[in-house]
Design a protein around this ligand. Structure first.
Ligand code: DAH
Length: 346
């Protein structure tokens, strides 16, 4: 009689365990079949009141069932902890397996800095202008006071495009700087002009830690009545402070670029050592950040802007140089090697 009850209980318990799918249900199952008030516990407690023969048989079987249920409970617990195996038709899916990472895209470091630079200058009222990467010799050199055979062309190792031979028209090249955009803008518009021209530039260069054959520049140009060197200074000082910190000092020194007169090289005091000298600034205390100057009268004349009425300033910034300095990156080739281990740090 009691034995029958036990068998029924055992099969009911294992049937119910099969339906358990989470730890909450499992606990309910434990209370129901193994708890203090469960039938099994009651039977075990009442053994003493049974006649000796029956007591032995029932006791043995009840303990056996208790052990089986306890083992099944442990197994089920482990199964639930280790991983819920969800069956979807034919495929079983282990939802606890690590997922495939879904990589979020990000802007390239160069793009981030370009946006920052254009944001600062845009805030001062400069508008973005663009020019082609494949450029005529005229815009890249001639109109910028570098006629054929001018020695200043040696400053720009040029990637020529063999266009002249085939067409007999004009020599073409990959622009070596963004300065040709100055000419294109001045040809098409009249002062007041305030533009910046961000973009790629190319040099026929053997690459090493400090040289790439392709990099970026941002050109600036302002032409109006009464534009002076003081305007250039004010603009670039403010720009340097926005970019490298408000306590930066700036230094202007004479430099030569054929398309400006006077030409200057602009440096900031080293933000690493504060000007006392360190590795970053090559112990000079100063870091050169860009070239600039007052637009050469001949350049204005060539685009039919009267230099007796108008004057202007121009500047050109190397974009990659900014994060190179800021983050202490020691190899420019990292920028375009497309290694995400490098790029995803920014
Ligand atoms: N185009 C020059 C270069 O690539 C940089 C430069 C210098 C731009 C002076 C300017 C400037 O507009 O005024 O090295």
């Amino acid at each position: 009689m009691v034995l029958n009850q036990l068998e029924e209980l055992a099969s009911k318990a294992s049937e119910e365990l099969g339906k358990v799918s989470d730890s909450k249900e499992l606990e309910a199952w434990r209370v129901r079949f193994l708890g203090r008030k469960s039938n099994l516990t009651q039977i075990l407690r009442s053994l003493a009141s049974l006649p000796l023969e029956e007591r032995r048989a029932v006791g043995a079987r009840a303990n056996e069932i208790k052990l089986t249920l306890e083992t099944s409970l442990e197994e089920k617990k482990r199964e639930l902890e280790e991983g819920s195996v969800v069956s979807l038709g034919m495929v079983s899916l282990d939802v606890t397996l690590p997922g495939k990472p879904f990589n979020l895209g990000r802007l390239h470091l160069t793009t981030q800095v370009l946006e920052e630079v254009c944001g600062i200058l845009g805030g001062m009222g400069f508008q973005v202008a663009e020019g082609p990467d494949v450029e005529w010799d005229y815009y890249n050199f001639e109109a910028l006071n570098m006629p054929a055979d001018h020695p200043a062309r040696d400053m720009f190792a040029t990637l020529w495009i063999d266009y002249e031979k085939e067409s007999g028209i004009r020599p073409m090249l990959l622009r070596t700087h963004t300065s040709p955009v100055q000419i294109r803008v001045m040809e098409k518009s009249r002062p007041p002009i305030r533009i910046i021209a961000p973009g790629r530039v190319y040099r026929y260069e053997a690459t090493d830690a400090t040289h790439e054959w392709m990099f970026h520049q941002v050109e600036g140009l302002a032409v109006d009545k009464n534009i002076t060197m003081a305007d250039l200074k004010g603009t670039l000082f403010e720009f340097a402070r926005c970019l490298f910190g408000k306590d930066r000092k700036c230094r202007f020194r004479c430099d030569y670029f054929p398309f400006v007169e006077p030409g200057v090289e602009v440096a900031i005091d080293c933000f690493e050592c504060g000007g006392t000298g360190c590795r970053l600034c090559g112990n000079s205390g100063w870091i050169e950040i860009l070239g600039a100057g007052m637009v050469h009268p001949d350049v204005l004349r060539r685009v039919n802007i009267d230099p007796d009425v108008y004057s202007g300033f121009a500047f050109g910034i190397g974009v990659e140089r900014i994060p190179l300095l800021r983050y202490g990156i020691d190899d420019i080739r990292l920028f375009y090697a497309n290694d995400l281990r490098f790029l995803s740090q920014f």
